[in-house]
Design a protein around this ligand. Structure first.
Ligand SMILES: *Cc1c(COP(=O)(O)O)cnc(C)c1O
Length: 392
């Protein structure tokens, strides 16, 4: 089984240290970071990829690049890492929460309900390698002239039909933090086919953009944050990209065998997928939240609502509309009052209370995976028996 990180990363880092220059722009297009960006863009099927220092900042840079700001509403799912909801606030816009459906991704029907004259963009999030219903979302966006910024932080490299996520919307965003499909500890990327948005994202991420010798652009210089990566990050990411496809291949190969365990059960079933043929993630939805809670105790499984951090009810700063300076608070610039109420998102909470994620063991050797499947079979039999007992 392939390691998550090892000799290849070490060798690339050794090269950077031997060169003695840890800045990404020192070697221009020959540096690891620049070569990584070219390979990443090719993999995803887009013209441009820009490496930045986090997925959170990649989201902010993408929104800034597309010119989203005060007065704008951005649709985000009620189940995602909090950064998805914080990013619109960072550019002066406000997030509007949208329910998820059983696929655990943003519900296209609820998107339609949440669109107002102020909506500018939709941020579909591919959660835990489960892809969004992109065909429907893109059609809605075109009809209402909205931008689509894909948050593919949790699904780097994952396929949707004949495409790759992050390359389907107007802009796409990746994270390379510790818990993602590929990692440099921290990191992120912005992807797009649009030359101007790319220029703007590059300008936004680097206060020194004007001294880097980039090709001339008509885009007037604007003030920027520093979201650059060092060449050390680029060196690690360059090596990590080589590990991505084999890892996803393992997940894809294991999906049917593990999903099978749950497919014939009377009280639960594998969560629906928006592209079942490319499934690389498994979740199981139960009829009964208590049964989901009991099953969620199993090693390699977990009930989604118990993971807490990704559920909107725990996004205190967002719900309370708190910003670091009251006069910078985007809600003051919003053309209408946005309300964040748990009762408006019961559909999301209900699904999360009945759904457990089930690990496909990306890093498990085959014998460990065999044991894990036995463990899952035993756990599901136990929870079914408890149910029968409870009804008797
Ligand atoms: C991890 C993650 C982010 C943020 O990425 P960081 O690199 O941690 O800043 C954004 N959105 C989603 C869905 C994520 O999972």
């Amino acid at each position: 089984m392939m390691r998550a990180v090892g000799l290849r990363e070490l060798l690339n880092l050794g090269v950077v240290i031997a060169r003695g220059d840890l800045q990404r722009y020192a070697r221009g297009q020959d540096g690891f970071t620049a070569r990584f960006e070219q390979r990443l863009a090719r993999l995803v099927g887009v013209r441009h990829a820009l490496t930045v220092n986090s997925g959170s900042n990649a989201l902010i840079a993408a929104l800034a690049a597309a010119g989203i700001g005060p007065g704008d509403e951005v649709l985000v799912p009620a189940y995602t890492w909090v950064s998805t909801a914080l990013a619109p606030l960072a550019v002066g816009a406000v997030p509007v929460l949208v329910n998820i459906d059983e696929s655990l991704t943003i519900d296209p029907q609820d998107i339609e309900r949440k669109i107002t004259p102020f909506t500018r963009a939709i941020v579909p999030v591919h959660m835990q390698n489960a892809v969004c219903d992109m065909d429907t979302i893109m059609a809605i966006a075109r009809r209402h002239r909205l931008l689509v910024i894909e948050d593919a932080c949790q699904a780097v490299g994952v396929r949707y039909k004949d495409r790759r996520v992050g390359g389907i919307g107007d802009l796409g965003v990746f994270s390379f933090n510790q818990h993602k499909n590929m990692s440099a500890g921290e990191g992120g990327a912005v992807l797009t086919n649009d030359d101007r948005w790319f220029e703007r994202a590059r300008m936004f991420h680097d206060p020194g953009a004007f001294i880097r010798g980039h090709a001339p652009t008509d885009e007037p210089l604007f003030s920027a944050l520093n979201c650059r990566v060092s060449e050390l990050t680029g060196a690690v990411l360059h090596a990590q990209l080589g590990r991505l496809e084999p890892m996803l291949g393992t997940l894809r190969a294991r999906y049917p065998g593990v999903a099978q365990i749950f497919a014939g059960q009377p009280h639960c079933r594998p969560s629906p997928h928006n592209d079942p043929e490319n499934a690389v993630a498994l979740s199981v939805i139960f009829d009964d939240p208590q049964e989901a809670q009991a099953f969620g105790q199993t090693q390699g499984a977990g009930r989604l609502i118990d993971t807490g951090r990704h559920v909107f009810t725990n996004w205190e700063a967002v719900l309370n509309k708190r910003w670091f300076h009251e006069r910078m608070n985007p809600h003051q610039w919003a053309p209408r009052e946005i309300r964040y109420r748990a009762e408006d998102h019961q559909a999301t909470l209900d699904i999360l209370a009945r759904t457990c994620r089930v690990s496909l063991g990306a890093r498990y050797p085959a014998p460990v995976m065999w044991l894990q499947k036995e463990r899952l079979r035993a756990a599901i039999a136990r929870s079914a028996a408890q149910r029968v007992g409870a009804m008797a």
